[in-house]
Design a protein around this ligand. Structure first.
Ligand code: ZN
Length: 161
């Protein structure tokens, strides 16, 4: 069975950043599962999966445009501390979840002043070229439920808790 639309793919990966540093790996946990063609994973990785089979191992390098996007300087914003509500004196590097008119947004604190903080809403991996070392552990048909939800269920997939 090969990777194509309406299949659920389970795979192990090790993710390496452009500086050669390991950023994430599934090697010490369950493989990740996704529904192919549903945009569950970054486009560059999903495209590289197409046509592969169970047991295949490969490496792929993905440009920022095909991963988490390029950095947008407009995503760096200054916010009055008093707008943060219950969050007390955040520190640089801290990740906060802010509630905006567009819904919740995850931001990284860059600088904390007396009255304002500067936050970066870019994805932490935005602007980075990423390398994945992949091993496909399973390719199976998606269930009707998975197809209607648009994601994989079970170990390594979407958990409805
Ligand atoms: Zn679901």
């Amino acid at each position: 069975m090969t990777v194509q639309e309406k299949k659920v793919i389970s795979f192990h990966y090790t993710l390496t950043g452009s500086g050669g540093e390991e950023l994430d790996s599934t090697r010490d946990r369950e493989p990740m599962s996704y529904l192919h063609g549903a945009g569950n994973i970054i486009p560059g990785l999903e495209n590289a999966m197409l046509g592969r089979s169970e047991g295949d191992c490969f490496e792929v390098t993905v440009s920022p445009e095909e991963a988490y996007g390029v950095r947008n300087e407009a995503n760096i914003q200054r916010i009055p501390l008093k707008h943060l509500g219950k969050i007390q004196r955040p520190k640089p590097g801290q990740v906060l979840r802010l509630h905006t008119q567009q819904g919740p947004v995850q931001v990284t604190v860059i600088k904390v002043g007396r009255f304002n903080i500067d936050v970066d809403a870019n994805h932490p991996l935005a602007g980075q070229e990423l390398s994945f070392e992949v091993e496909i552990t399973e390719v199976r048909d998606a269930s009707d439920e998975e197809l209607s939800h648009g994601h994989a269920h079970g170990a390594g997939g979407h958990d409805h808790g």
